[in-house]
Structures are given as structure tokens and as C-alpha cells.
Design a protein around this ligand. Structure first.
Ligand SMILES: *[C@@H]1O[C@H](CO)[C@@H](O)[C@H](O)[C@H]1NC(C)=O
Length: 289
């Protein structure tokens, strides 16, 4: 009898453990900032809200601010919920990106995958994306957004596996960059940090106009600090290419037909600038599509 009781208790304990694990897994998208990220510049311009589940970065004449993941990653599905400054913020850039470490003496050559919101003054909001692949980038695209990104949080996502990089805005793929390294196209392969920042992008981000500092501070809000990605700190990078990681699964090697349709629609309606039409001769990927 006593023995049976013990077994029963054990079963209850196990059930409780499983139940808690499920609850934890569901809640895990609400991890606090500190768990995965740290502030790397502009400490006085960073504010924590909602017990660290929301972070506000601000910029004024004295400084902008930025944060970055504690670890580096080599594949994953990265995402952040972002709300950008709700003022006439021309010249102010809010950014969410992956970047490899730039070592001294390397020049500007590194890997980087960016979302950059170019602040504006009343026109439709522009989202610029760019990719660096052990080079100096220069792969800008600009999309006009079909909503006002200053009013609500929207989710900006980056899928990065061995086959493709996909930029998502609220689940809609707006840009796809294929791994065509077999035909000599560069593709990001270095470990990268996840980074977010608000900074002074004048004059390039403002068409030469000045930031209106009378409107300062400009503030951007970030949420969603969970990271679904393969970190490289404790193991070899090739493990990040494992097909058992869901973002590497072969259904993520290309867009599905539904995504393909949405992607074509967005490209047709919202792509307002593409480096391939401008400097395509400098980039091999522009010549094969
Ligand atoms: C790109 O694809 C090639 C195979 O075509 C593969 O060997 C390589 O690892 C891929 N690069 C990255 C960074 O995943």
C-alpha cells in the first residue's frame, strides 16, 4: 500500500511537472529583457516598462540608445514587436537587426541583416531593409508600410537558415534573399548578435533635411524578448544547421504558395526602391533573378 502511494505521488509530481512545463512554454514569449539582452549604449536613454517586458529607447540631442543580445546566433527565427516614434521624426532611425562583430582592421566588412525605419514627416512610413554578406552591404530595399507603425506594435521577423533569409512584417514576407552561394552570391554565415537601436541618421535618412530637435525626445518601444534561434556559445556552428531545429525544417527552405502570393502582392504594391534596379551590376544576385 505504502509503496503504491509513493508511486501515485510520483505520478502526480510528474503530471504537475509536465503541466508547469507547458505553462512555461506558452508564457515563454514574455521573457524579460534581462534574460536575453543588455543595454550597450545610451544607458540614460533606456527605460524599462511592464516589469522589463517592454523597453523604451529615446534619442535627444545628447544621445540615442541601443541594446543587444548577450549571445550570438547562427540560425533562427528572430522577431521583435516595435512601435516607432510618433512625431515628425525625419532623420531619426529606429533599427532592429542582426550583426556580426566588426573587428578593427576589417574595414566595414561584416555580416548584417537589417530593418531600419526611416523617420518621416507625414508621408507614408518607409521601412528600409539591407543585407551585408562579408562586405559593405549596399543591398537596400525600401517598402512603404500599409499601416501606421507609430500607433501600434507590429511584429518584425527575420528567418535565417542555410537556404534563405526572409524578412517578415506581421507574418507577411516582404523580402527573400536566397543562399545562391553555389553560383557565387555572398550569403551571411557569421555568428550574429540581435540588436536594436535608435540613432541619428541625418542626413542620409532625411534627404538632407535636419532633425527637428524641438520635437525631442523621440521614443521607440520594443517588446518580445524571447529568441528562437541557435546560439553558438557552447557548441559548434554546424549544429545550428540541424534539420531538427524548426526554422531549418525543409518547409522553411522556401516560401509556401500562400506566402509567395502575399510576397508578390507586397512587392508589387509597396516596394518603392530596390538596389538591383539601381546598382544591379555590382551584385551578382541581381543578375540571376
Ligand atoms: C549556403 O549553401 C551552401 C550549399 O549551396 C552551403 O554549403 C552553405 O553552408 C550555405 N551557407 C550558409 C551560411 O548557410
Amino acid at each position: 500500500m505504502v509503496h503504491l502511494h509513493k508511486q501515485q505521488n510520483f505520478c502526480y509530481a510528474l503530471l504537475l511537472f509536465v503541466a508547469l512545463a507547458i505553462v512555461y512554454a506558452r508564457k515563454s514569449d514574455e521573457v524579460s529583457f534581462q534574460q536575453n539582452y543588455k543595454v550597450v549604449w545610451g544607458n540614460h536613454h533606456v527605460f524599462f516598462l511592464q516589469h522589463g517586458r517592454e523597453v523604451q529607447l529615446s534619442i535627444d540631442k545628447t544621445s540615442g540608445a541601443g541594446f543587444r543580445s548577450k549571445l550570438e546566433y547562427a540560425s533562427g527565427f528572430f522577431h521583435m514587436r516595435i512601435k516607432i516614434p510618433n512625431k515628425d521624426s525625419r532623420g531619426v532611425v529606429t533599427a532592429f537587426y542582426l550583426t556580426s562583430t566588426v573587428y578593427e582592421g576589417m574595414g566595414e566588412k561584416h555580416d548584417e541583416i537589417d530593418f531600419e525605419f526611416l523617420g518621416n514627416n507625414g508621408e507614408p512610413h518607409m521601412l528600409q531593409t539591407n543585407i551585408f554578406a562579408n562586405d559593405e552591404g549596399g543591398r537596400e530595399q525600401r517598402h512603404s508600410l500599409w499601416f501606421d507603425p507609430t500607433i501600434d506594435f507590429h511584429t518584425y521577423g527575420l528567418l535565417w537558415n542555410q537556404h534563405q533569409i526572409v524578412f517578415y512584417v506581421d507574418e507577411i514576407p516582404i523580402r527573400v534573399f536566397k543562399n545562391n552561394s553555389e553560383v557565387g552570391v555572398s550569403f551571411p554565415l557569421q555568428e550574429m548578435h540581435v540588436t536594436a537601436s535608435i540613432w541619428n541618421g541625418e542626413p542620409w535618412a532625411s534627404n538632407g533635411k535636419r532633425i527637428d530637435w524641438n520635437q525631442a525626445p523621440f521614443t521607440a518601444h520594443f517588446e518580445g524578448f524571447n529568441i528562437h534561434a541557435c546560439q553558438t556559445q557552447n557548441h559548434y556552428k554546424f549544429l545550428c544547421y540541424s534539420p531538427y531545429l524548426w526554422w531549418n525544417d525543409h518547409k522553411h527552405w522556401q516560401l509556401n504558395p500562400h506566402q509567395q502570393k502575399a510576397y508578390q502582392y507586397v512587392t508589387k504594391k509597396h516596394l518603392v526602391y530596390d538596389y538591383c534596379s539601381d546598382r544591379g551590376q555590382l551584385h551578382k544576385e541581381c543578375q540571376i533573378n
